[in-house]
Design a protein around this ligand. Sequence first.
Ligand SMILES: Cc1cc2nc3c(=O)[nH]c(=O)nc-3n(C[C@H](O)[C@H](O)[C@H](O)COP(=O)(O)O)c2cc1C
Length: 453
Amino acid sequence: MSQRQLSLNAFLMATGHHIAAWRHPDVPAGAELDFKQYLKVARLAEAAKFDALFVADGVAVSLESAGSFDVAARTARASYLEPFTLLSALAAVTERIGLIGTVSTSFNEPFHLARKFASLDWISGGRAGWNQVTSNTLAEAQNFNRDQHLEHALRYERADEFLDVVKGLWDSWEDDAFLRDKASGQFFDPARLHELNHRGKHFQVKGPLNVARSPQGYPVLVQAGSSEAGKEIAARTAEAIFTAHQSLESAQAFYADVKGRLAKYGRRPEELKVLPGILAVVGRTEEEAQAKYRQLQELIHPQVGLSLLSGMIGADLSAYDLDGPVPQDLPETNGGKSRQALLLDLAAREQLSIRELYLRIAGARGHWTVVGTAEQVADQIQLWFENGAADGFNVMPPWLPGGLEDFIELVVPELRRRGLFRTEYAGTTLREHFGLARPENQHVLRRQQRAAS
Ligand SMILES: Cc1cc2nc3c(=O)[nH]c(=O)nc-3n(C[C@H](O)[C@H](O)[C@H](O)COP(=O)(O)O)c2cc1C
């Protein structure tokens, strides 16, 4: 029996993670806006004792991966619910499962964000988590008073300061600041209140926050950027990092890299969970799993597949025959050179047509895909978990709710048989599910340090 336990998040994307999920016959039309659908999925994940629900977010109808509205019109990524609203509603109808929402540091003010997450943490009884992203599309910038996006380094500089301000605001009140003494008439103790008085390059925030310190102290801090700056901010501040890897080797290298950065911030490796994504298509037999995958793959509209492939390969392939060979004499791309070389090499080695090549990459949009029986999926999960590649996973149901039901009915029992996943929640907060300590208020900590020295 393994002592170490997997963390599993249900990564919810409106109709499912496969690019054609919305066309699946079992996905109800309108599911992406139907709260009853989210409720069903949340209850499934909670009954299976998942650590958390995780919702991604953007602040635009982004065309970056689709290329045009004509192509975007064939995907279901244009309309979905806003995370705070959705997670607050889910908090009211669930009891134990964590609630992680994605919110951008580029298009928010720290005060608003600190207040909303503190509120979500109170509403949920300590189950909130913040996936802080810097956002990377022009379409988003154009909704927030800009013609161009902030440059990458500046986005991360802003994120760094943003985080410090948010944490400072969450520490506005010591945990025991609110006396609510009806007899004496004293509501709070002013000695346990701390103004922030932050004046930095990007923000000027006086504080204090108008919400008491929340049940978890700080909601769990999650990060999902993989650039140098992203990994550094994760090492300094994050308690979980979401990431995408296709192979064990690449996941191992990432794991060692981010864990190796923690010591210089006085942190231990177990203080940051590395959670790659897995898109698992599971069947009772290998043939059944393959049939389920084929059904989804056949629903990928050629325009969508072609556009995703063109984006990744850095050249417009629309003039070529879909069922002809992938042209090897493409102009060298300015974008991802290694990605172009990798795709051309794969096409040449396996003699793939353009259609066959886009089918390889389009379904999971570049995420790790495993198609097989419960044992085969569990084998892969265990391999990554026990070989320095992951502390757990973002489970990405290919379609909803069926893809999550398959994972829960088939893979979760197999993981439990192997002693890798809990059968009951041990605690009530997301921090407890992840095995993370509750952070002490910075002011209290300093007072304790002064007293000890
Ligand atoms: C699993 C995963 C989920 C992500 N979810 C979001 C998201 O919901 N919204 C978003 O804007 N970016 C999301 N990202 C992207 C990033 O967090 C980040 O903003 C982007 O990759 C740019 O940072 P980088 O240059 O450091 O990679 C996600 C990334 C990963 C790996």
